[in-house]
Design a protein around this ligand. Sequence first.
Ligand code: FES
Length: 96
Amino acid sequence: MFERIDHSATAQVRFSFNGETVIGNAGDSIAAALLAAGHKMFRKTPTTAAPRGPFCMMGSCFDCLVVVDGETVQACQIPALDGLVVTSPPVPKAQP
Ligand code: FES
């Protein structure tokens, strides 16, 4: 569904997502780099564990939440940089 239409980038960035190495283009947001690498699901909802991935790509929907170096952020608003450690937010355990 997602593919790059501009292949002119000359510099790449490398970071990890849930332990997997992701290579993006310099200037990508984390969300853009993950989508281009084939990752569609970034997190699960806390209530039903339904899969969520980027929707608006402009900071409105919060469906792209990820944890970057320990802080929960909107992946579409943060530039992808070398060495970032990106993970899906933990899904809280259901209350009995
Ligand atoms: S994709 Fe909607 S806030 Fe990031």
